[in-house]
Design a protein around this ligand. Structure first.
Ligand SMILES: CC(C)(COP(=O)(O)OP(=O)(O)OC[C@H]1O[C@@H](n2cnc3c(N)ncnc32)[C@H](O)[C@@H]1OP(=O)(O)O)[C@@H](O)C(=O)NCCC(=O)NCCS
Length: 386
């Protein structure tokens, strides 16, 4: 006889971790608070912190960056697959998250360490995945746009940091300092979040002693959903829908009417709410501020988008007391930078790969199979021939 389950495992402590603490009071990566990291660190430093376990000194950072740069290029098998996926992306039977998931799976098939779960092999695989995922995203985008791949032999420009290189691979243009900063900070904010759904999925998979590429492939599938990472795309789609319905002016009465209908239809507003942060997500104002500054440089159309978002936030707060999560400003910030909406969640992967890999390594280092039990609510015992 089992007792009743806690729906969605809310509030259940499912394991220990030394990587991250998610609390209403603060978001902390290995002892460093998120505002501190967003203000003073780069994504590469945060990636080193998460994967290797400590803040890098100058020499370690140079070495780490060089390793990432050296591993950016994709094997021809993955490039061939991306070309083959072009028609599926056009037809809509696949979206970029699906193609990225398969691309990562093929990388596993080709990785000489793929079946080795030792700490050394796992770290090597983690660095290779961190280096190559942006290249998959970039090449996929130029295939969607019908353009040639950017720097397929090197996976980009060795003079560009991780964030700038990702934008370069997607567009062929070197991004300015403001765009690079917004993307870099968003990668820092997205990098890690303890036992969120995709990370927990990756821990469940690795706890069977399955391999890192398999665990990351599963995690990508979990992140895709709009209740999790897919919310950054869904939030922007929702704002575009509001804009289409109410017209170009941010009329408060029209926005309210749109939202009241959404509430009456029991719609979830994408980019709002959080399982842990009931009083606001630490990451959201950081990205909102940076994104808005870029919008102000880009002009009234983009400022208008942020003003719409701010009104939606205000109404949601006044009427439901529900705050935006990081995906809400992310949608607006990436849109302002001209990033195609279906690539928002893949870019989330380009960041969260570091958190997932850190958790997979932590799980392998101190493993026990993760196997909870269910409370049975099906039919009572009966006879097949009865
Ligand atoms: C994130 C999320 C899945 C958390 O879900 P959860 O912890 O299970 O919270 P619940 O769904 O139980 O929400 C509690 C209440 O707030 C409401 N609520 C929560 N998020 C809401 C949203 N985005 N829009 C409208 N109502 C929302 C629920 O309807 C529920 O109301 P009720 O008690 O009257 O039924 C949920 O807030 C959500 O679906 N948000 C939209 C998707 C999103 O932005 N995901 C990214 C998360 S970082």
């Amino acid at each position: 006889m089992t007792t009743a389950a806690t729906k969605g495992l809310e509030g259940i402590i499912a394991g220990d971790t030394q990587i991250c603490s998610v609390e209403q009071g603060a978001l902390i990566y290995r002892g460093y608070e998120i505002h501190d990291l967003a203000d003073h660190a780069t994504f590469e430093e945060v990636a080193h912190l998460l994967l290797v376990g400590h803040k890098p000194d100058a020499k370690e950072l140079r070495f780490f960056k060089d390793e990432l740069i050296a591993n950016r290029a994709l094997p021809t098998q993955v490039i061939d697959y991306l070309h083959g996926a072009g028609p599926m992306l056009k037809e809509g039977t696949a979206v970029p998250m699906d193609v990225l998931r398969t691309g990562v799976s093929i990388l596993g098939n080709l990785d000489k360490d793929s079946q080795d779960n030792s700490p050394g092999a796992n770290l090597r695989k983690a660095k290779r995945l961190t280096a190559k995922i942006p290249t998959i995203i970039g090449h996929m985008q130029t295939i969607i746009d019908g353009k040639g791949l950017i720097a397929p032999n090197t996976g980009g420009d060795a003079n560009l940091c991780h964030a700038a290189n990702l934008l370069y691979l997607m567009t062929g243009a070197k991004p300015n300092a403001e765009y690079t900063k917004v993307l870099d900070v968003s990668l820092i904010l997205y990098a890690e979040h303890d036992y969120n759904a995709s990370t927990f999925a990756s821990r469940v998979i690795s706890a069977t002693l399955s391999d890192m590429h398999g665990a990351v492939t599963g995690a990508i599938a979990a992140l895709k959903g709009p209740l999790h990472g897919g919310a950054n795309e869904a939030a922007m789609d929702m704002l575009s829908e509001i804009r289409r319905d109410i017209g170009p002016v941010n009329d408060r009465a029209k926005i309210e009417a749109w939202m009241h209908k959404a509430f009456a239809d029991k719609r979830k507003l994408m980019g709002f709410g959080h399982r842990v942060y009931k009083n606001g997500d630490h990451r959201a104002p950081i990205l909102h501020g940076l994104g808005r500054r870029v919008a102000e440089q880009r002009g009234p159309e983009f400022v208008g988008l942020f003003e719409l978002g701010e009104r939606v936030q205000q109404i949601m707060n006044d009427e439901k007391n529900i705050k935006p999560n990081v995906d809400f400003p992310c949608g607006m910030a990436y849109f302002t930078m001209g990033i195609p909406v279906p690539q928002y969640t893949p870019i989330f992967v380009a960041s969260r790969i570091t958190g997932w890999a850190a958790h997979i390594m932590e799980q392998h280092a101190n493993n026990r199979l993760i196997r909870p039990i269910a409370s049975y609510t099906g039919p009572a015992l009966r006879e097949w021939n009865g």
